[in-house]
Design a protein around this ligand. Structure first.
Ligand code: F3S
Length: 406
């Protein structure tokens, strides 16, 4: 890989030990993937923020990078943490976990990372435009950035994203290159779809089809005349989870989709395909889990983090009512702050539900605390089952709220 003089000097340690470490990571990555050079990025989004995932080893690595003078060179934000940074007690987070989580956040802050902990940075001020090179890590956000915004990013790991933040660049390979963005499989959707939960189900159907094909081709998707922002973020989360996809072309929506003809290799998706996965997510019961007869004890909306419009809808449906179950509503802190100002938070909290900023039901340390989770998110169903050993039930957005009132 050919480095510029500045990049070479960082590698020689002239910008301090942390920047040198970061450059070493990027050079190693570039050599593995055959990149010819590094390219500048305009923003970074770092995953691996929850202490539940990082553990002590991860915390020590971050503390060392901060102590070694690491400083971000571009706009850098964080993925959700394991708790609401301000209101962790109300979520039942143990104090020792909270202490370690605070240390993680503070290490990032010392490096200049903006500590909005969210998987939807594009809703709160980190919004790359068409063709812009970025280095993001959260799979749903990567898929959204590539496919809805038309920006260019690979799916970074936590260390490679941090390395990009501390150097302002990333190896030029994968989805940064036009030739790798070309679609290879046409997917025709033959059914109408509505709402986040049906778009999540579609993401799972297509994701599993991509997995099955082995090569994980970039799909060119037809038959969806329109989709809301919320439906697209749900679809991206699901496709990234079940198919490992970081890029799709959705006809009429993806900015560069019109540059391509639909590939000849093709599959179709029917109503039955979507219904089948809706049913499967509504009856997941892990072998080591509590058993499918357990009645739901955790309801959640906000995977990916909710938009303001979604929070307004929840407030509308909860106005003057009382929830009967534990109900977590997860979002980015800046979104919650607007919800506070609009009175949505007061309505939701008066009903007994919890708005949790900075976190989500997947990265919070809640394994063993609940038995059955209800959500509109296909991605949350996957991790509730695989990570927490929960049963899952999968419902439309409004239906989740209606059920929590029963
Ligand atoms: Fe975001 Fe957590 Fe879902 S990080 S995409 S809310 S699993």
């Amino acid at each position: 890989m050919i480095l510029t003089r500045t990049e070479e000097s960082i590698l020689q340690g002239e910008s301090g030990p942390s920047a040198r470490k970061a450059m070493e990571i990027l050079v190693a990555l570039g050599n593995i993937y055959g990149a010819d050079s590094l390219i500048p990025v305009s923003s970074v989004q770092i995953s691996g923020v929850s202490y539940d995932n990082l553990g002590n080893a991860g915390l020590e690595f971050l503390a060392e990078m901060a102590a070694g003078g690491g400083k971000t060179r571009v706009l850098t934000t964080l993925n959700p943490a394991g708790m609401d940074i301000e209101a962790w007690e109300s979520l039942g987070i143990p104090p020792d976990f909270a202490e370690n989580q605070q240390k993680v956040i503070s290490a990032f802050a010392r490096m200049g990372v903006i500590t909005t902990c969210t998987c939807t940075p594009y809703l709160v001020g980190s919004l790359p435009h068409f063709g812009e090179h970025i280095a993001w890590a959260e799979s749903s956000a990567v898929c959204f950035a590539n496919s809805v915004l038309g920006a260019r990013t690979n799916r970074e790991g936590g260390p490679s994203a941090l390395a990009a933040a501390l150097t302002g660049c990333t190896p030029n390979y994968g989805y940064h290159l036009t030739e790798n963005r070309c679609p290879k499989l046409t997917v025709t959707v033959e059914t109408g779809l509505a709402g986040t939960h049906e778009f999540g189900a579609l993401g799972m159907v297509i994701g599993k089809a991509l997995e099955k094909s082995g090569l994980k081709p970039v799909p060119y998707i037809r038959g969806i005349p329109s989709a809301t922002l919320e439906e697209l973020k749900s679809f991206c989360a699901s496709l990234g989870t079940y198919g490992g996809a970081a890029l799709f072309h959705l006809e009429g929506i993806t900015p560069e989709a019109s540059l391509y003809n639909p590939p000849t290799e093709a599959i179709t998706i029917t109503r039955q395909d979507v219904e089948t996965v809706v049913q499967s997510l509504s009856s997941q019961s892990p072998p080591a889990g509590p058993g499918s007869s357990e009645s739901p004890d955790l309801y959640t909306l906000g995977c990916p983090h909710l938009s303001l419009k979604e929070i307004a809808r929840i407030a509308e449906l909860l106005q003057g009512k009382t929830v009967k179950k534990e109900f977590w509503i997860t979002t980015a802190r800046p979104t919650k702050e607007v919800a506070d100002r609009m009175g949505y938070t007061a309505i939701i909290e008066a009903a007994g539900a919890k708005i949790a900023a900075d976190t989500c039901c997947v990265v919070a340390p809640i394994g063993g605390r609940f038995k059955t989770l209800v959500t509109d998110s296909a991605k949350a169903c996957y991790y509730a089952y695989a990570k927490h050993n929960f049963n899952t039930r999968f419902l439309p957005f409004d239906k989740v709220i209606q059920e929590v009132l029963l």
